[in-house]
Design a binder for this molecule. Structure first.
Ligand code: 0GY
Length: 291
């Protein structure tokens, strides 16, 4: 790993679709700046800086009001870069942390005061060296009293082996990118049906209907994604979140235009009511419940 990579669009378009007032980009990250917040020695990719000023400029350009910043794997379990971005946001950002299972209670409290409201468990082998389910469960039990939820990132090929683990989590669960289904199978394909069965098993499993650029091999305009995902939003309108995924880690070979990502929101949430739930009501309930 030598060259630092750029995985985001240099000049994203201003979207034609206007998000409703108060819209939240509920899945995005910051990278560095490295001079202040070095990357983890275990990082699997080494990005250029994509710090809070860039993120907030994008938020405004896209017509959003707030961000949920998810600690990216390249920063390991040192949440300083994410906390720094939250602190600079004037209350317009909250976060999801990644923690060492040995973290102390007082460190967890500090993360809470810094704006963290969830913890992420990442099961992607290309991103992390290990994903110890027993230790993750212990973390989930410990963050429960803080009112946090757990964000779980896994791919469709391990969905079956995730069931018992998910069942044992005591908090609300948010699954990243719908567990990465093969959207070309369509809305009733094997992957989507298996994913729906998770949602049907527990009312407190939510998901992010995100990343057409990652999930649709046909590419822009991501029609397979829209076709597979719109019925999910319609059937589970109170349990879905949306985000840009900026700065699109590992997407340097197929960088999406963030404006185009926003333009496709009506393809998965066609009514004003669905859009309000997806972009405003649901993320506020999870990340700003006191507002
Ligand atoms: C995402 C997806 C990816 C990366 C990360 O933390 C990360 O590095 O989440 C990925 O490469 O699939 O949600 O940003």
């Amino acid at each position: 790993m030598t060259d630092r990579i750029v995985s985001w669009h240099g000049n994203p378009s201003v979207p034609r679709f206007t998000p409703p007032p108060g819209a939240v980009d509920a899945h995005c990250h910051v990278f560095g700046p490295m001079a202040e917040f070095p990357f983890s020695p275990k990082a699997k990719y080494l990005p250029e800086d994509a710090g809070p000023d860039m993120l907030f400029a994008l938020r405004d350009r896209l017509g959003f009001s707030r961000n949920v910043i998810v600690q990216a794997s390249c920063h390991g379990t040192d949440n300083s870069a994410t906390l720094n971005a939250i602190a600079k946001s004037d209350g317009k950002a909250r976060g999801v942390a990644v923690v060492d299972p040995a973290i102390s209670d007082s460190e967890l409290e500090k993360l809470h005061h810094g704006g963290m409201r969830g913890v992420r468990f990442n099961f992607l082998r290309r991103l992390v060296d290990d994903a110890p389910k027993d230790k993750f469960l212990e973390v989930a039990r410990r963050v429960h009293p803080l009112g946090w939820h757990v964000v779980v990132y896994f791919e469709a090929d391990i969905l079956e082996e995730m069931r018992a683990f998910l069942d044992a989590i005591p908090t609300l669960i948010v699954i990243d990118h719908m567990g990465r289904p093969d959207v070309s199978q369509g809305p009733s394909g094997r992957d989507m049906l298996a994913f729906r069965s998770l949602l049907d098993n527990r009312e407190d499993i939510w998901t992010k209907v995100t990343c057409p650029d990652r999930l649709d091999p046909q590419g822009y305009p991501w029609d397979d994604f829209a076709c597979a995902v719109a019925p999910l939003v319609e059937d589970y309108p109170d349990r879905v979140l949306w985000g840009t995924d900026w700065p699109h880690p590992n997407m340097e070979k197929a960088v999406p235009d963030d404006g185009a990502l926003v333009n496709m929101i009506p393809s998965i949430a066609p009514t004003a009511e669905l859009q309000r739930k997806l972009l405003v009501d649901n993320p506020l309930a999870l990340y700003w419940p006191d507002d």
